[in-house]
Ligand binder design. Structure first.
Ligand code: ADP
Ligand code: ASP
Ligand code: MG
Length: 436
């Protein structure tokens, strides 16, 4: 069974939903994972923020605007009165639900329930459309099997044992439709896989059912060699290894959720990135196969904070780094880059939720400086020891960009530098000109 994921733009209008049918209705058994229609999750975030801020009028205005968008969509999506009236009922029930949240009790749990509405709506509306045109399909409720554990990691055991009975309810079915992004957490509450999480849903399901291929359909013809939103003249990459794709996703290539490669890599399931607007384009194939090109792609991750820890007396003492890392571990804060010297260690994080507490604890045994608004620029490729000269080319391309930190040698696939976010565009363009 295949898993195909369609992102926000791919289900972003009635017209796009109509076009989707041609990509999935070929009789090959598949699970189709859908995102919310593009813009919806952002709108739901805005609604939640207005609720947190106790801005009643704004909440009402935002909900009304989103509802009218959906009412327009169904007018174009369906032809029959029956489908239209079902669609209208669905919208009414979801928007009544949204209007029931009040500023009096609004916590993160309520926010997560609100964020789930986008995928619940898109999948149900699309499923009604398939029914209207007579295409057999079954709506698979993701909340019945997708689960994360207390560390927010996918609970693979739970997912594997719960998705099978869901599929078995409809043994002859060739087309299952399910929600991306949403899940339940260790407490059974509605939660999500973080922004862009529908990609992750697809690879988790792919791994859980041991799919033969996972396809991520989006609005571009595969992984490009640089961020096409920032740099002109980028090109799609035909093949990437799992390691290369994982580095690019983690370090900011928005086309993939940061950690979505891992489940596919664990089970050695190829992942294909394809373009719904141009289905005949080759896209990118991500697999265990390593390819020869030295430089594959460049990506950048913003919102990085650097922490410089200095301790002339203790750095070389064994146990020092452990005491540092132990603090980050206790506050569940992953470290991205790290560089050491004899008297100092610098590291970067992107989750600053517990930064104040971390710094306070670090200051008990060393001096600490914090630097914000930084970006990691990551060059990904196949840098095995025999390939000389690639570092020179990277740093030569970046010769006019002040570099704060370098990570080199951590893996054979990644050279990363830390720069001021204001210089990101300059760095990406310079690398594009210098490496490709
Ligand atoms: P979806 O809604 O389908 O999940 P996303 O917006 O999350 O789509 O991801 C696709 C977008 O990622 C592209 O439109 C492109 O602007 C952006 N992007 C950023 N970096 C890259 C890259 N290296 N290659 C391809 N697309 C990229
Ligand atoms: N709808 C969610 C988001 O916008 C998940 C996704 O699109 O992948 O982040
Ligand atoms: Mg996405």
């Amino acid at each position: 069974m295949r898993v195909l994921k369609f992102g926000g733009t791919s289900v972003g209008s009635a017209e796009r939903m109509h076009a989707l049918v041609h990509l999935i209705n070929d009789g090959v058994p598949k699970i189709v994972v859908l995102s919310a229609m593009s813009g919806t999750t952002n709108n739901l975030v805005e609604i939640s923020n207005a609720l947190y801020a106790k801005e009643n009028e704004k909440v009402k205005r935002l909900i009304d605007a989103l509802e009218s968008k959906y009412n327009d969509v169904i007018k174009q999506l369906y032809k029959t009165e029956k489908a239209l009236s079902r669609g209208k009922q669905l919208i009414d029930s979801h928007f009544d639900y949204l209007r029931a949240f009040t500023i009096d009790v609004f916590t993160v749990n309520e926010e997560r329930a609100i964020l789930a509405q986008g995928e619940l709506l898109s999948t149900a509306l699309f499923h009604y459309y398939l029914e209207e045109i007579g295409v057999d399909s079954v709506l698979l409720p993701a909340l019945n099997f997708m689960r994360i554990d207390e560390n927010d990691e996918p609970d693979m055991k739970h997912i594997e044992t719960h998705i099978q009975p869901e599929l078995a309810k409809d043994p002859g079915c060739k087309l299952f439709i399910t929600q991306g992004f949403i899940c339940r957490n260790a407490f059974g509450d509605i939660d999500n896989l973080k922004r862009g999480g529908s990609d992750y849903t697809a690879t988790i399901i792919g791994a859980a059912i041991r799919s033969d291929e996972i396809q991520i359909w989006t609005d571009i013809d595969g992984m490009h060699n640089n961020d096409p939103r920032i740099v002109d003249k980028t090109h799609p990459i035909a093949e990437l290894s799992f390691d290369e794709a994982a580095e690019l996703a983690y370090f900011g290539a928005k086309i993939l959720h940061p950690t979505c490669i891992l489940p596919a890599q664990m089970r050695n399931i190829p992942v294909r990135l394809l373009n719904t607007m141009q289905p005949e384009a080759k896209g990118t194939l991500i697999s265990s196969k390593a390819t020869e090109d030295i430089f594959k792609a460049v990506a950048a991750k913003d919102g990085i904070t650097a922490i410089k820890i200095k301790s002339a007396r203790m750095l070389l003492a064994y146990g020092f780094l452990r005491s540092v890392f132990e603090i980050f571990e206790r506050y569940k804060t992953p470290i991205d880059m790290i560089a050491t010297s004899e008297v100092a260690v610098s590291l970067t994080i992107d989750n600053v939720k517990n930064l104040d507490e971390i710094v306070k604890e670090l200051r008990e045994f060393c001096s600490v400086e914090v630097d914000t608004d930084l970006s990691i620029v990551c060059v990904v490729g196949s840098f095995t020891a025999q390939k000389q000269g690639y570092a020179v080319r990277i740093f030569d391309a970046l010769k006019n960009v002040p570099i704060r930190m370098i990570s080199y040698g951590g893996s054979e696939n990644n050279v990363s530098v830390l720069i001021d976010t204001k210089l990101k565009k300059e760095a990406l363009v310079a690398l594009n000109n210098g490496l490709f």
